[in-house]
Design a protein around this ligand. Structure first.
Ligand code: SIN
Length: 319
């Protein structure tokens, strides 16, 4: 069906339709850190779910602890940062060591709206935060990164910016995996509190969260990529560790992609075309221009999710 729209190309000058996304100024930080980071392509930022090498992340964990060409020496003034969401698979900051492990007493949930990374204010996505759990039973697995004292301020500034949509820093104990023989490490982590404006809570549990993830995208990419990257990283780094909430979401979103996406996209595109063609008073050239703009919008990052969101809303309004 995009092929159909492609066929309309040339019937009018294309204009940037825009999908509402904006470029995060985080590239400033990336440039700042670029010199310190290894240039070799890491798992960072890639869609792990699409990667054929299943043990990429674990292999790289075992191969090296730091991501810097010349890592500063460790000191007593270094900081440790614990990531349990995107920080697990996207460490876009310099670190001198990293460990797999977990924190006690929390549950990871997709209860936070994302309006700046995996969604936009009009169509928020969902990302993870931590809820208080049983201190003796609930564990959240993730990765702790050691930040050199000399780089601590810049890294924390960067992460404060990256996690600015509702997340606050807190400090707690981290235990290493698979064997927690060493003394726990005091780590800083970012948690979205239930009082922040983007806290979504469990208002509509897994089925609805899955639909939201399926049909959202933001400046950092599709929301589904965030979910799949996290699930893949968890399976690779913590084989056997169960996270029912995460796994249920993966099953639901994959089902939407396989069973619903093709016809929802078709329906949404046809609806958009029909609404342009219904504007009878428009001269032919203006109509062609609008069709061209539609094509551009569908092809832009987030275009697929924009169509899916519209189609899901349409479906809801009809039932
Ligand atoms: C984290 O990764 O630790 C925080 C949540 C996120 O950015 O996904």
């Amino acid at each position: 069906m995009l092929g159909f729209l492609e066929g309309l190309r040339g019937r009018g000058a294309g204009t940037e339709a825009g999908d509402g996304t904006e470029q995060l100024p985080s590239h400033i930080y990336s440039e700042f850190f670029a010199e310190q980071l290894q240039t070799r392509k890491e798992t960072n930022g890639q869609c792990l779910a699409d990667d054929k090498s299943k043990s990429l992340l674990l292999d790289s964990f075992e191969a090296e602890a730091s991501n810097q060409v010349e890592a500063p020496a460790a000191t007593d003034h270094d900081a440790w940062i614990f990531g349990y969401g995107s920080l697990v698979w996207k460490a876009d900051f310099p670190y001198i060591d990293r460990r797999r492990g977990f924190v006690w007493g929390f549950k990871r949930r997709f209860y936070q709206h994302s309006i700046d990374h995996r969604g936009i204010p009009e169509r928020p996505g969902r990302v993870v935060t931590l809820l208080p759990g049983d201190p003796n039973q609930d564990r959240v697995y993730g990765v702790a990164y050691r930040i050199a004292a000399s780089q601590k301020a810049a890294v924390l500034d960067h992460l404060d910016y990256r996690e600015k949509n509702g997340y606050e820093r807190c400090s707690l104990e981290f235990h290493e995996y698979p064997v927690a023989t060493t003394t726990p490490i005091q780590v800083i982590m970012y948690v979205a509190t239930q009082a922040n404006d983007s806290y979504a809570g469990n208002v509509s549990e897994v089925a609805s969260i899955a639909r939201q993830i399926f049909s959202s995208a933001g400046p950092s990419g599709p929301n589904r990529e965030y979910l799949f990257n996290l699930a893949t990283a968890m399976a690779e780094l913590f084989p056997g560790a169960v996270d029912e909430h995460l796994e249920e979401l993966v099953v639901n979103v994959r089902r939407h992609i396989a069973e619903d996406e093709p016809h929802l996209l078709r329906q949404a595109v046809l609806e958009e075309i029909a609404s342009i063609l219904r504007e009878k008073e428009l001269p032919e050239q203006a109509q062609a221009q609008k069709l061209e703009e539609l094509l551009m919008r569908c092809q832009q990052p987030g275009g697929r999710e924009w169509l899916l969101h519209g189609a899901l809303q349409q479906r809801r309004s009809e039932t």
